[in-house]
Ligand binder design. Structure first.
Ligand SMILES: Cc1ncc(COP(=O)(O)O)c(C=O)c1O
Length: 343
């Protein structure tokens, strides 16, 4: 099987497995663990924040960020296609007691004027803006990278209104590589940021939420509340450290295979994907003109040994990663071409 469903399918490297065997086994929920602390410090340095807290997942890091930033009853302004609004099962409302307002956007970037208009204070009869949210890279928009100018503008609008900003940077290193910047140059436009070591960076588990020292101290209490204290998590953190030390630079290869895939699919039918839209390791493919739904395409591709997930009724998502070679991409394009001909 050629598995293009997600970069979370990447297996730990040999160096990660070795580091896991040698890791410390302190209790992160009691006295702390040296390996976890090292990963948290590295994450804070990479993102230009004071402190970090290791979490089991990106979803939990986002949830804990909401709980820590905002009091119940506030409104979170977020681009309408964002992962947190579409794929985190409403934790924001169900657990954090907050409300989403989706702001229309293009390629993951909220319309700045629409955002400005949506900002509002808390009044006796009005729910006020509690938090502004960005996602970079943007999952549903095919791994689109938010332009730095856009992030600067969004951050300024929020801060002018006294509202904090969170960045869901699950794939911030892909964004950084694509922009040729350090991740901290991206996260400077947010008060807090989280990223995953469990995706293209190949660690088995984990995300780190970063922010000011005081914020992270409070976040640790909310992490405990939602059951995210992992006790002897040194081995997981050890793999995360190797991920940050050795796996960031190679993400460029995933961007190249994604581009190769987009080029191949574009040659089959230009309406499937515009390769110019492919900036990182995600390729969003529009199959509407085939008249068949994405779920059907996904099932047909599986029959040919290729795994890709629907990300909308008529759109598929292909994700390249460390285990996908240029030959795998060529095989995928050829299988897709066969199916396209017989559609
Ligand atoms: C943008 C974004 N945020 C958050 C998450 C959630 O991460 P996790 O699967 O570790 O909960 C994902 C997962 O794909 C994502 O793409």
């Amino acid at each position: 099987m050629i598995d293009l469903r997600s970069d979370t399918v990447t297996k730990p490297t040999e160096a990660m497995l070795e580091s896991m065997r040698e890791a410390t086994f302190g209790d992160d929920s009691r006295d702390g663990d040296a390996t976890v602390m090292k990963l948290e410090q590295m994450a804070a340095e990479r993102t230009g924040k004071e402190a970090g807290a290791f979490m089991p997942s990106g979803t939990m890091a986002n949830l804990v960020a909401m709980l820590t930033h905002a009091r119940r009853g506030g409104e979170v302004l977020v681009e309408e296609g964002s992962h947190t609004l579409n794929a985190e099962l409403g934790g924001i409302a169900a657990v954090a007691g907050l409300f989403y307002r989706g702001i229309r956007g293009r390629r993951g970037a909220m319309e700045v004027e629409a955002l400005r208009e949506a900002m509002r204070p808390t009044l006796r009869n009005q729910m006020g803006t509690a938090l502004v949210w960005m996602e970079n890279t943007h999952n549903r928009s095919g791994g689109a990278v938010l332009p730095l100018d856009h992030m600067r503008a969004v951050c300024a609008i929020a801060h002018d209104n006294g509202v904090p900003v969170h960045l869901d940077g699950a794939r911030i290193f892909n964004a950084a590589i694509s922009l040729g910047l350090q991740p901290s140059e991206i996260s400077q436009y947010s008060d807090t940021v989280c990223f995953c070591v469990s995706k293209g960076l190949s660690a088995p588990v984990g995300s780190i939420l970063c922010g000011s020292g005081a914020f992270i101290e409070r976040a640790r209490a909310f992490r405990r509340m939602v059951g995210g204290n992992m006790r002897q998590s040194g081995p997981l953190a050890a793999a995360g450290i190797v991920a940050l030390e050795t796996m960031v630079g190679r993400l460029v290869e995933d961007h190249q295979t994604a581009k190769r895939l987009a080029d191949g699919l574009h040659r089959i039918d230009p309406r499937l994907v515009d390769p110019r839209d492919v900036e990182t390791n995600l390729v969003r493919v529009e199959v509407k003109t085939s008249g068949r739904r994405a779920a059907q395409w996904s099932a047909d591709l599986r029959q040919k040994g290729i795994l890709a997930s629907p990300c909308d009724a008529y759109a598929l998502r292909f994700v390249t990663h460390r285990h996908i070679t240029p030959a795998d991409v060529d095989a995928t394009v050829s299988a897709f071409a066969d199916l396209w001909k017989s559609k």
